[in-house]
Design a protein around this ligand. Structure first.
Ligand code: ADP
Ligand code: MG
Length: 325
């Protein structure tokens, strides 16, 4: 989807880029403001508004035009296609930037699945390997792997879900059990099912000329006791996607594979000397537009059709669609 420059100019204005939702939205329920989503809970349902906020290294950096619409469309697409593999929280999609979902009791463990030896943050599997560590979250890693190389098999490397402002922490399953965060039987079952979902995601990505390098799933317990996927799935925020074309060449030249996710923004931050500590540098508009183009591009590749973003002012549209106008 190539948009004319005016579309971005309008979206860069504060009223065109969804950031803050006013108090009228509190009529939807008890609010939890996450880094990226505004959540409202009432009567067993959770209305989730996917804002245009972008976070990296667990810090909110600013907004990227249309990012909320892209994320919502991609997550909804994959939730619908994976429902038979793993049930999920999705009930309905009242707005391009919102869903209504089953309110679940979150399980305080993130299911991170990694297919490749990569990452930029200090907690990534690549940084650990580079430091000489050969056991990551309880998994033994072979010698001689290169940066960005495919792992012998996909690994579930769980992390604890940090409180707002803290960083998530990668841990072994034994550590999860020691801390009483999840029962071993449930963990083993979720591990198998997360690996199946990941294999499905990788096959779907491959059919589109992409590599799904890694991803993160969140799960919760629904009121009827079922374990369901919550949050988002296989989006460019929760997943690292590379183009298959050029991957081998990049690997052999020790370069970074061309990516279709927020790695682009992360690398820019790292180049500015920011890796998660202190205040992040403000995102220049040129970078925000470039990132918006990339988000629309990945939507088109993943959905198999162009995503025509809704250009109406998002706050008024959301208020009308969610019935708080
Ligand atoms: N169906 C659900 N039931 C309960 N919690 C959910 C559900 N879906 C998502 N969540 C939680 O809502 C929050 C979504 O907002 P987000 O911006 O991702 O927040 P965070 O900054 O905590 O990652 C996450 O904390 C996620 O775990
Ligand atoms: Mg989140």
């Amino acid at each position: 989807m190539t948009l004319p420059p005016e579309a971005f100019a309008a979206a860069l204005l504060p009223q065109g880029t969804l950031d803050e939702l006013g108090p009228e939205f509190d009529r939807l329920g008890r609010r939890y403001s996450g880094k990226v989503r505004e959540n409202f809970t009432a009567a067993g349902e959770r209305t989730i508004v996917v804002t245009d906020r972008i976070s990296a290294f667990d810090v909110v950096l600013g907004t990227i035009p249309f990012k909320g619409q892209v994320l919502n469309a991609v997550a909804t697409h994959w939730f619908e296609r994976t429902a038979s593999l793993f049930p999920n929280h999705l009930l309905r999609v009242p707005d391009p930037q919102a869903v209504v979902a089953i309110e679940c009791e979150p399980i305080p463990v993130e299911l991170v699945v990694r297919g490749y030896l990569t990452g930029v943050s200090s907690t990534s599997i690549w940084r650990a390997y580079e430091r000489g560590e050969r056991v990551f979250c309880g998994h033994r890693l072979p010698e001689g792997l290169r940066k960005h190389e495919r792992l012998p098999q996909a690994l579930l490397t769980p992390s604890t879900k940090a409180k707002k402002g803290d960083h998530d922490e990668s841990v072994s399953k034994d550590e999860l059990f020691r801390r009483g965060l999840i029962a071993p039987a449930l963990f083993e079952e979720l591990e198998q099912r997360a690996l199946q979902l990941f294999a499905f995601g990788q096959a779907e990505a491959a059919a589109r000329g992409l590599i799904l390098a890694d991803t993160k799933y969140e799960i919760g317990r629904a009121p009827d006791g079922r374990i369901v996927l919550i949050d988002e799935i296989h989006t460019p925020d929760s997943s690292r996607y590379w183009y298959t074309q050029g991957y081998e060449a990049a690997l052999s030249r020790s370069e970074d594979p061309r990516s279709l996710d927020k790695e682009f923004v992360r690398r820019w931050l790292v180049a500015q000397g920011f890796t998660g500590e202190g205040a992040p540098p403000p995102l220049p508009d040129a970078l925000r537009i470039e990132a918006a183009q990339r988000y629309l591009e990945i939507a088109e590749v993943l959905l198999g059709r162009p995503l025509q973003p809704d250009l109406r002012p998002p706050l008024a549209r959301l208020a009308a669609n969610l019935g708080v106008g």
